[in-house]
Design a protein around this ligand. Structure first.
Ligand SMILES: [Zn+2]
Length: 146
């Protein structure tokens, strides 16, 4: 090989699809933990199969000590551009990716418009139709991540 071909603009990955699928709001701080990696991987796979990008709006920053966010065990995702049906589909798909099994609907139990769980993961739509509406996804309290 004669070396890298930079005719594509310099990144050297001309044949790779560089479409961004998971995006991050400015200020989001990721905890370097295996749970964070697992969460991001699931979000990324769902985004890859969605007609829209997914935005991480909060991770480990701006939450109290001991909170699932601070521990690197939770992510929030933007929803205000989504139809209700898409909110449901995205949340369900992410939990399914995380657990490798379909989640149970626990909305009534959590008094929420939308809440889903598996043995190890929990997710809900917070502040439905409010200014702070977002999808919250977390490792369940007490779950051992392997
Ligand atoms: Zn959250």
């Amino acid at each position: 090989m004669a070396g890298a071909d930079y005719s594509d603009g310099g990144h050297g990955f001309a044949e790779v699809d560089l479409e961004v699928i998971t995006r991050f709001k400015l200020g989001v701080r990721l905890e370097p933990s295996s749970v964070t990696a697992r969460l991001l991987s699931a979000v990324d796979r769902v985004a890859a199969n969605s007609p829209f990008d997914l935005w991480v709006t909060s991770a480990a920053e701006a939450h109290p000590a001991g909170d699932v966010h601070t521990l690197g065990n939770a992510l929030d995702l933007r929803t205000h551009d989504f139809e209700d049906e898409q909110k449901r589909d995205v949340l369900r798909a992410i939990l399914w990716e995380l657990a490798d099994e379909p989640p149970d609907d626990v909305s009534t139990l959590n008094n929420a418009w939308l809440a889903l769980e598996t043995d190890d993961w929990f997710a809900m739509l917070e502040d439905y139709k409010g200014n702070n509406e977002h999808l919250h996804v977390q490792l369940r309290h007490g779950a051992i991540f392997e």
